[in-house]
Every structure is written in structure tokens, then in C-alpha cells.
Design a protein around this ligand. Structure first.
Ligand SMILES: [Zn+2]
Length: 441
């Protein structure tokens, strides 16, 4: 393992500094640092230095659907996107609802060696929504799970949701809700509105999300336990969370890059790459989500990276699976929609995509400032670059990106995970190379 002297990066888009990495940690940060004889120089003029990104919401599909993604390929996609930690959702096969399965995912993540893979525990056994999963056993396991979700399915039963909040409270855990009333969305194919009517596709009403958001804010307040609302997609949801926070209710909320950028008119192509849960909404909803980010109603940006094999997406709209991949495009979409539009700064990006997700998901070694003695998890992003997105040039095992053939700004040039580069000069490094460097230290 080598020491790296990063020369002339813009720290959080502000002052120009040098950063010296050492054994897992940052050894020095400052202007014109002396060059140690053994250090490898990284020329970073014009690059933005950000803390390693932390995704609170990734689907890695292993165990069970290794044809879509594996812990290794998902970790590689994450590193390529500037991430040093992903929280892997529980809807695997078998479901991550026991100590054994979460420990298996933790171990696969360590073996892959590109990012911290933190398993998210299921709320209900088998995601069936009937009985609580073994939250305590997962919390006490080697994976030390503190973040739980049935994501992909809503915890629809209010009694089960109440019990989950009570149980998680006993050890400081957080329940993350996929807000979707299952009765109001039976057969739903896309956002319910004028486009769904034109296309003749069954609509997915905004109230199906908002009614659960309202209910769970009230339940969290009643129990005195934290709830986190995943992937807000409607103006009404943003307004409800803003109200709940103003009342002091213990709630946090997330938005995805695709809900900040794309609207329901994309469905007119009948291309299932734009089919996602919750669905793409209206331009007014996008506006509300962006405002929610600016005023702090929305706390984190999560990718909801959802890989699917070609046979589940190369089909007619109604047969297509819900979901999009997003780890390798997330920062570019955030740059395009929020930074280049002047709505937020790179410091806000660090908060929304690193510091706060790490706190929310209780990933202690992650989401730390770029400062002496902190873990050397960081990425260097070139905001001036542009790139044409091609699914076959991505590292995910699946190709279901909505950005295929579109240009996005920005590019990750370097990612450092625990002091070792996983991305070097815009290229993902090999697993053996990374492992050998770590061993040699
Ligand atoms: Zn979800």
C-alpha cells in the first residue's frame, strides 16, 4: 500500500488543497504540502474532492439473483460512481431477515474489497408483511444491523409498523419505509395522470404514497421512534414531511437522482427502462423535490440502484420489471439537476450523499470529513467533463439505465477506499491489484 499525495484538489468545491493519505487514514490536508519521498502524486487540479459517497439505498441482488448483480459487480459499480459504502437492501433470496444472511452479505462485501457493504435487515420475515423479522438477532450479529427496511414492499399493516418502530427503538435502530399502499396501487403501471390516461396504462396515484407517509410520521411520533421515508416522489409527500418536521416528528426522507430529473412523459416511449417504483411523476413533483432538498426537508439522496437482467426489461412495458440502475450516474445527475442549476453547493452534496446517509444508516467509518486522522475514503470528481452514457460501458452486471445514449456532466476520476485507489484516472482498478496493494502495506 502506498501513500498518495493529491495535489491541488478543490476541497468540497472551495479552497485548493493537497491531501496526503497514509495507512487507511488521511495524514495531512493543507496548501502546498511537502512531497514525501515515497508518495505517489495524484494531479488533481480542477477536480472536486468529496468524502467517499455513501448510498443508503442499493440493491445488490446477491444471494439469489446473481444473474442481475453480485456483491462484487455492484461494489465495482459503486466505486466507479465515487462511493465507498453502500447499504444493501434486504430483498434478496433468501431475504436478509436473519443473522446468517446479513453476515453472508457482509462477508461477500469484504471479499469484494471495493466499498463497505452494509446489509440492511428486513422488517418482516420473508418481506411478507405478517411477522417481525429477527431485528434483535441481526442487530447483535457481526453485521451489527441498525437500519431495517422491507423496501420493494411496503410495511402496510399499521400494527406491524408500530411494533417494528417500538422494537427498533430499544436499540437505536431506524425503520425505513417504502411508502406504497398496496391496495391503491394494484396493477399500477405508471403515475396516475393525463399521460397514463392517454397511454391506457393503469395509474399509480400520488395518494398511495402520501397516505402511508402521513400515517408513518404519526406512528413514529406516537412511538417516539425514528422513521425514514425512502424515495419520495410526489409534492404531497414533500409537503407532509415538511409539516411533520415542523411539528418535531422523528422523520427523515430520501430522494433519488432519477426522481429529481425525469418525469412521466418518458413513458410515452413505452420503454421499460423508464418503469420504476415509485413511478416517474410530473414536472411539478420534480420541482417540489428539488425545493425539498434546498430547504432541508429531504435529508439524503439514495440511488435505489435496481439491476434487472435483459429479459426483464427487453419486453413490453406492462411485463417489464420496476427499477433502474444508478450507482455510476448518481453524482452526474445531482450535478446536472442541483449543482449546475445553482440550487445547492458541493458542500451540500457532501452532506446529502455522504455525511447524512452514513449517520442515518449508522455506518460509523463512513461519511467523515476530509481531515487529518479521518478514514481515507474520498473521491475526486471532474465537474467539467461530459460523457455519453452507455450501459455496456458500465460496471453493473445489468444494463437498465434510463440514461442510455444521453450525455451527462461530470466524471469520477479517482476513488480512494481506506487509502487504496479503487478508481485511478477514470478507470476502475482490478480486484487483485487492490488486494495486493492492501496486503503489501
Ligand atoms: Zn423502494
Amino acid at each position: 500500500m502506498s501513500r498518495y499525495l493529491i495535489r491541488g484538489a478543490r476541497l468540497l468545491g472551495k479552497e485548493v488543497v493537497d491531501i496526503l493519505t497514509g495507512d487507511d487514514t488521511i495524514e495531512a490536508v493543507g496548501a502546498d504540502l511537502p512531497v514525501p519521498a515515497d508518495a505517489i502524486i495524484v494531479h488533481a487540479a480542477g477536480l472536486i474532492a468529496l468524502p467517499g459517497l455513501v448510498d443508503p439505498h442499493t440493491h445488490l441482488r446477491e444471494p439469489g439473483r446473481e444473474d442481475s448483480e453480485t456483491v462484487l459487480t455492484g461494489s465495482q459499480a459503486a466505486a466507479a460512481g465515487g462511493y465507498t459504502c453502500v447499504n444493501a437492501m434486504a430483498n434478496t433470496m433468501p431475504v436478509q431477515d436473519t443473522a446468517g444472511v446479513v453476515e453472508q452479505v457482509l462477508r461477500l462485501g469484504r471479499e469484494a474489497g471495493y466499498v463497505d457493504v452494509r446489509p440492511v435487515g428486513a422488517v418482516s420475515a420473508g418481506l411478507a408483511g405478517e411477522h417481525l423479522a429477527e431485528l434483535g438477532a441481526m442487530a447483535e450479529s457481526a453485521a451489527a444491523v441498525r437500519y431495517f427496511s422491507d423496501d420493494g414492499a411496503c410495511v402496510a399493516d399499521p400494527v406491524l409498523m408500530r411494533r417494528a418502530l417500538e422494537y427498533a427503538k430499544s436499540f437505536g435502530g431506524v425503520i425505513a419505509q417504502h411508502a406504497q399502499d398496496p391496495r391503491l396501487t394494484e396493477g399500477a403501471q405508471m403515475h396516475e395522470g393525463e399521460i397514463s390516461a392517454q397511454l391506457g396504462l393503469a395509474g399509480w396515484p400520488a395518494v398511495a404514497e402520501e397516505s402511508i407517509v402521513a400515517r408513518d410520521c404519526l406512528l413514529a411520533q406516537h412511538v417516539g421512534s425514528r422513521v425514514h421515508i425512502l424515495h419520495l416522489s410526489t409534492k404531497g409527500s414533500v409537503d407532509l414531511v415538511r409539516w411533520a418536521k415542523s411539528e418535531g416528528m422523528p422523520v427523515t426522507a430520501e430522494a433519488t437522482p432519477h426522481h429529481l430529473a425525469l418525469d412521466h412523459r418518458e413513458a410515452c416511449s413505452y420503454d421499460p427502462r423508464f418503469k420504476v417504483n415509485p413511478p416517474l411523476r410530473t414536472p411539478a413533483d420534480i420541482e417540489a423535490l428539488r425545493r425539498g432538498i434546498v430547504d432541508g426537508t429531504i435529508d439524503v439522496i439514495g440511488t435505489d440502484h435496481a439491476p434487472h437482467p435483459a429479459e426483464d426489461k427487453d419486453c413490453e412495458w406492462s411485463a417489464g420489471a420496476h427499477g433502474m440502475i444508478g450507482l455510476e450516474t448518481a453524482l452526474s445527475v445531482v450535478q446536472q439537476t442541483l449543482v449546475d442549476t445553482g440550487l445547492i453547493t458541493w458542500s451540500d452534496v457532501a452532506r446529502l450523499m455522504s455525511y447524512t446517509p452514513a449517520q442515518l444508516c449508522q455506518n460509523p467509518a463512513q461519511g467523515r470529513p476530509i481531515a487529518v486522522g479521518e478514514p481515507a475514503n474520498l473521491c475526486l470528481h471532474d465537474p467539467r467533463a461530459t460523457r455519453m452514457i452507455r450501459a455496456n460501458a458500465q460496471h453493473s452486471k445489468s444494463a437498465n439505465t434510463p440514461w442510455e445514449g444521453r450525455e451527462l456532466p461530470g466524471r469520477i476520476m479517482y476513488t480512494f477506499y481506506r487509502g487504496v485507489p479503487t478508481v485511478w484516472d477514470g478507470q476502475l482498478r482490478g480486484r487483485e491489484e487492490i488486494a495486493a496493494e492492501r496486503e503489501a502495506w
